[in-house]
Design a protein around this ligand. Structure first.
Ligand code: HXC
Ligand code: NAP
Length: 293
């Protein structure tokens, strides 16, 4: 909802903005991946959704097709395994004949004090987020370079990819790596016409993230909207609008950008005096007298 008008957030792009494109969305059967993939379909794209759980993908694909009238190919793929990723590429080409964009959205995460993590717990997150993104990027990138085809890669990171974050350290390390991958390949593969960009979302409630990051009462005690200057969480359509623009030809000169969409959340934590928001109005009169004095 738009907080001023209480009307649903609208799609921002014109209806044929992605017509003729095929877009692969990892983690596209749930949460934010599904929201972005659904909007791509509404804009005329063919979409491939890929993750480990085929039953979830197949159900999502059927619902997305009936909601949008578009075509969705669900593919079981563990992005940690390069052979799985090669099969994802092959299945995409077999069904749609081409692929134009890769949205690296799949991720794994949970909260934990770092000293409680086993080496395998740490590696599991790095393998999904950083190695999985690298596997997909390599397979699709090599294909585009061999085909001499221009294309775009869009990576979903987080704002703590810039800052780091306690209690999600493997995720922060992996997302920081994805950020570096994005900027590095924007330069190296620019000559092939391959654009690389990323989105750093703030809080956008999803089942997958909230169950793992805010279990039980934590969601009430640690209400994300209180951390956001705009005093609300993000709407999935707001993220989908940005993602659709970045994979569209309208963004053809945007390369190497990490675009934050968080209502100002991470900056709120950064400015040393931002906490003065807690000072009531009448106290400002007294404080002004003191500072003028
Ligand atoms: C400590 C844990 C743990 C926990 C698992 N492990 N959960 N350690 N605390 N809560 C350990 C296990 O004991 C094991 O180590 C290792 O991690 C691997 O666990 P598996 O369950 O075998 O792994 P796997 O089946 O591959 O599942 C991966 C997963 C799971 C990440 C653990 O949660 C998952 O499938 N997640 C996918 C979806 C997801 O995470 N979505 C949220 C993204 S949100 P040992 O040593 O015992 O073998 C996000 C938002 C960011 O990124 C920003 C929000 C504002
Ligand atoms: P989600 O619904 O849990 O999405 C994660 C997806 O990744 C799932 O569809 C999962 O499907 C897939 N996945 C996990 N491991 C995989 C693997 N090894 N191979 C293939 N797919 C795998 O959570 P979400 O909130 O929508 O998160 C989507 C993206 O947004 C993530 O990159 C996350 O870091 C980012 N993000 C989210 C928020 C937020 O507030 N929600 C904020 C910042 C960034 P399977 O289980 O079927 O494999």
């Amino acid at each position: 909802m738009n907080s001023k008008t209480s009307t649903p957030i609208q799609g921002a792009l014109r209806e044929d903005a992605l017509k003729g494109k095929t877009i692969v969305v990892t983690g596209g059967g749930t949460g934010l991946g599904r929201a972005m993939a659904t909007y791509f379909l509404k804009l005329g794209a063919h979409v491939v959704i890929a993750s480990r759980k085929l039953a979830i993908l197949e159900k999502a694909a059927a619902e997305m097709e009936s909601d949008t009238g578009g075509q969705v190919l669900p593919v079981a793929c563990d992005i940690r395994d390069i052979d799985n990723v090669e099969r994802l590429l092959a299945a995409t080409l077999e069904r749609f004949g081409q692929v134009d964009s890769l949205l690296n959205n799949a991720a794994g995460n949970f909260i934990s004090p770092t000293e409680r993590l086993s080496a395998n717990a740490f590696a599991t997150i790095i393998d999904i987020v950083l190695k999985g993104t690298a596997n997909c990027t390599l397979a699709f990138g090599k294909h585009w370079i061999a085909q001499k085809q221009s294309a775009s890669i869009l990576n979903i990171v987080t704002t703590y990819a810039f800052t780091g974050s306690a209690y999600v350290v493997p995720s922060a390390a992996a997302k920081g790596g994805v950020l570096a991958l994005t900027r590095s390949l924007a330069v190296e593969w620019g000559k092939y016409g391959i654009r690389s960009n990323a989105i750093a979302p703030g809080p956008f409630p999803t089942k997958g993230a909230w169950e793992r990051l805010l279990p039980g009462d934590l969601a009430k005690q640690f209400d994300f909207k209180n951390r956001v200057p705009l005093k609300r969480v993000g709407e999935h359509q707001e993220l989908a609008n940005l993602a659709a623009f970045l994979v569209s030809d309208f963004a053809g000169y945007i390369n190497g950008e990490i675009i934050t969409i968080d209502g100002g959340e991470w900056l709120q934590g950064a400015g040393q005096f931002n906490g003065l928001e807690a000072v009531p109005d009448d106290m400002w009169d007294m404080l002004e007298q003191m500072t003028r004095g």
